[in-house]
Design a protein around this ligand. Structure first.
Ligand code: SF4
Length: 321
């Protein structure tokens, strides 16, 4: 099966007075239709940058410096700004962090949805656009009456569902959801995640779920990609990640999770993630890695496919690739 999403060697830098910060350094991924990928990593690891780069929404002083993002048979990096404007929502959609707070408080929900459709297709009648909007609201378990409501009349969970409904109005092939459940209580989190899950299944879209909550990831994604200092460290199935992570950083992430076995003893990851402006030489994890050897301090490990199919960027496995 041809992947619906291919990311090849995507690179993003931010240029500041203090120098160049490489926020994303050569990320490559492929996702099939219907696949769910969780993108995890500490704050500042490049998760949101990767999402924004896929949408071509990086703002100065940031710059996409290389790579390709291919959705279906369209290379997004070659599109004009106008073509890209149409492609967002139609082929690839991004539900940003805190999306529910971006709803316009003085416009009815329906008017905001109709505006989004109008920006893509001016040929549709008002009735058709209203019908599409109400269908989309229904698909995320909201009543059609929400169409006539204002954001302040909705709960946090309902607002987040509205944002998902807007995101899927034009039935995109790829959905990126950036921390879609942050600021929601645990019951609502689960309901929102179930909604995303069902919507994704109905559309047959590929989904990238960005987040910190490994528990939610464990329940809702098929594959996990671990980012650290803008580099992909490991990509594998969710089962492999939780039962047998290979990369020392992925191992440390999993070890740091609370479990019934650790009897209240938490294992943090020693040290701090380095500043992007002053990345260590070689493997960027080497100052925090208990397996580091000489080569780790000088040579950057490439993300390579191991015999078992998973992708790992670590010198420990260089003989196995
Ligand atoms: Fe640790 Fe070396 Fe692997 Fe980096 S390449 S994670 S420093 S063992």
């Amino acid at each position: 099966m041809e992947p619906v999403l291919k990311i090849e060697n995507l690179q993003v830098s931010y240029y500041t007075d203090a120098g160049r910060a490489r926020a994303l350094d050569g990320a490559s991924l492929a996702l099939n239709a219907g696949e769910k990928l969780g993108l995890v990593g500490e704050s500042g690891s490049g998760k949101s940058t990767m999402a924004l780069a896929m949408m071509r929404m990086i703002k100065p002083p940031g710059r996409i410096e290389g790579g390709r993002v291919i959705v279906g048979d369209t290379d997004l990096t070659t599109l004009t700004e106008d073509e890209m404007l149409k492609t967002r929502l139609e082929k690839i959609t991004y539900i940003p962090q805190g999306a529910m707070n971006s709803l316009n408080p003085v416009m009815r929900i329906g008017a905001q949805m109709v505006d989004a459709i109008k920006a893509h297709d001016k040929s549709l009648s008002k009735a058709e656009m209203s019908e599409m909007s109400m269908d989309s609201l229904e698909s995320v378990d909201l009543d059609r009456s929400v169409f006539k409501m204002y954001a302040h009349e909705l709960s946090g969970g309902m607002k987040q569902r509205v944002c998902i409904a807007i995101g899927i109005l034009l039935k995109p092939q790829v959905i990126i959801a950036d921390e879609p459940t942050s600021a929601l209580d645990v019951v609502t989190q689960r309901q929102v995640m179930e909604t995303i899950d069902r919507v994704q299944e109905t559309l047959g879209a590929a989904i990238i779920l960005i987040g910190h909550d490994m528990g939610l990831m464990a329940q809702f994604v098929d594959k996990v990609a671990v980012l650290y200092t803008g580099r992909l460290m490991e990509v594998c199935t969710v089962r492999e990640m939780f039962t047998n992570p290979q990369h020392p950083y992925a191992q440390a992430l999993i070890r740091s999770l609370p479990s019934f076995d650790n009897k209240g003893v938490f294992h943090g990851i020693p040290g701090l993630a380095p500043a992007l402006l002053r990345l260590p030489s070689g493997c960027t994890f080497h100052p925090r890695c208990q397996h580091a050897t000489e080569i780790c301090t000088t040579t950057l490990p490439r993300l390579e496919q191991m015999e078992n199919g998973r992708l790992v960027a670590c010198h420990l496995y260089s003989e196995q690739v």
